[in-house]
Design a protein around this ligand. Structure first.
Ligand SMILES: Nc1ncnc2c1ncn2[C@@H]1O[C@H](COP(=O)(O)OP(=O)(O)O)[C@@H](O)[C@H]1O
Ligand SMILES: [Mg+2]
Length: 464
């Protein structure tokens, strides 16, 4: 369960439960108090009847007692009946005021008053107080109070729900925004800020976080400009070395027949080429990161480019005992930057050769399909080499990311630097397409990229 939901439920739940118990507490106290009050009034009635009975006896006015009890009966509905009995010696006479109810509980209270001047004159009074009437009155009051308690409970619970929601939101909202921005920073978009103003711990956290993001952006910028200037500094001496090697080779004279001389020169040349390739890759990365990598699209006969790249790798593949099979025959022209697509093919085939052992095979094929009213060409480079596992696949297209399969060694001289696929992906995305991979350890890999078929590359036209 999310923290926000948990907070809302906990705060509202606690308040609802405490308000409910408070309400029930009030109801309970009120019921007990009412019972006590009823008991007290019954006692007061008894006392007042006793007093009036004595008065009536002294004044020899029996009617006074009867009318007083009648008055009480009218005032106090719980007094359901009364019986007054006058005694004088053996003679007695009685009056019934009201009848005991046929059903229901009645508590009968008896009192007797004697004439202090003549003790043989006495009056006995039985008062029937209906417990049901008292209980009904208490129940009525309780019902009314319950309604009030419930209304207050509902109103405060609703209010608390909104308060709890606001409270939970104010705590969790910056947290989830922080998570979102942290994810973006994790994906390499440094410098992202979170707009949140509050003078509390969360506000402090956001400030520190924004500062961290700015620092990361500064460091990233410093890294980029460092790479960019170092690469530029490398480029010109490398160019000079390359030209001088070519010059030495052409003017080597008698040394050109010397096998050792040839081998050393070739080694120097291939190392310079490797270094040159790395420098070019770094420059490409710098361009991609600045958003300045541009692909100039035109109609490209891809079959020719593929054939040329296959030829380029022929000798290397042969030396390694791996077959490169070009299955591309007639395909329509695509909208592409020929040089950049060549770069993609070179990297994909070079990668395939690096991980494919002797007697393995690298297949290059292409297929057309239609999606969203657009004709696409899917070009795939498949090998039956080492392949890679899911963990390697995850970071495959990030700059400087190499799989763990490199640790087992590669076929060929160079292990690489982990920039190739990052550049390939950017190039293909610049073309409006995408680069995909399928791979499993021991089962080889398949890289596929998609390019738009040239606008006038309708069936038959500009087919290479
Ligand atoms: N055909 C392939 N078979 C197995 N692993 C591959 C293949 N192509 C690429 N990889 C993995 O992807 C990583 C990155 O490739 P890439 O970006 O071209 O960099 P580099 O070739 O310089 O190592 C490689 O180091 C390797 O682990
Ligand atoms: Mg590579």
């Amino acid at each position: 369960m999310r923290i926000r939901t948990r907070l809302i439920l906990t705060i509202t739940g606690l308040l609802v439960v405490s308000m409910l118990s408070l309400g029930y507490g009030i109801l309970f106290v009120q019921r007990t108090q009412e019972r006590k009050d009823m008991e007290k009034s019954a006692k007061i009635i008894e006392n007042s009847v006793q007093r009036v009975a004595l008065d009536a006896m002294l004044q020899k006015d029996d009617l006074q007692l009867v009318s007083y009890v009648n008055f009480l009966k009218a005032q106090y509905p719980a007094l359901s009946y009364a019986r007054i009995t006058w005694l004088k010696g053996d003679r007695s006479r009685s009056v019934n005021l009201g009848e005991p109810p046929a059903s229901g509980r009645v508590s009968e209270r008896s009192l007797e008053v004697a004439d202090p001047a003549d003790l043989s004159r006495r009056v006995g009074i039985q008062l029937g107080i209906s417990t049901d009437v008292i209980e009904a009155a208490i129940r009525d009051n309780q019902r009314r109070l319950k309604k009030i308690v419930l209304t207050i409970w509902l109103a405060t619970s609703t209010l608390w729900f909104f308060v709890a929601y606001w409270l939970a939101w104010s705590i969790t909202e910056p947290m989830s925004s922080l998570g979102r921005v942290a994810g973006e920073i994790g994906a390499g978009r440094f410098g992202r800020r979170l707009e949140w103003q509050s003078e509390d711990e969360i506000g402090d956290l956001v400030k520190v976080f924004n500062h961290m993001s700015e620092r990361l952006a500064e460091l990233d910028d410093a890294k980029r400009s460092f790479i960019s200037s170092v690469t530029h500094e490398f480029r010109s001496p490398l160019g000079a070395i390359e030209s001088f090697i070519a010059l030495i080779q052409s003017k080597a004279g008698k040394y050109s027949d010397c096998a050792e001389h040839k081998e050393y020169m070739n080694r120097i040349q291939s190392n310079v080429q490797r270094l040159g390739q790395f420098v070019n890759d770094l420059l490409d990365v710098a361009q991609i990161e600045k958003g300045k990598m541009e692909c100039v699209l035109g109609d490209v006969r891809l079959a020719e480019t593929v054939a040329e790249v296959c030829k380029f790798f022929e000798a290397k593949a042969q030396g390694q005992g791996v077959a490169i099979v070009n299955r591309i025959a007639a395909i329509p022209a695509v909208q592409a930057d020929a040089g950049r697509i060549r770069q993609v093919l070179v990297n994909l085939i070079a990668n395939a050769l690096k991980f494919t052992p002797r007697n393995g095979q690298v297949d290059i094929s292409a297929e057309q399909f239609r999606e969203g009213g657009q004709r696409w060409l899917e070009v795939s480079v498949r090998d039956n080499g080492r392949g890679m596992d899911a963990r390697d696949l995850q970071r495959l297209f990030e700059a400087f990311s190499q799989g763990r399969n490199v640790a087992e060694g590669v076929y060929g001289a160079s292990k690489g630097t982990g920039l190739g696929l990052y550049i390939c992906k950017s190039i293909i995305e610049q073309h409006g397409g995408r680069l995909e991979v399928q791979s499993a350890p021991g089962q080889g890999s398949r890289f596929a990229f998609y390019l738009k078929v040239a606008g006038h590359g309708a069936e038959g036209a500009l087919v290479s």
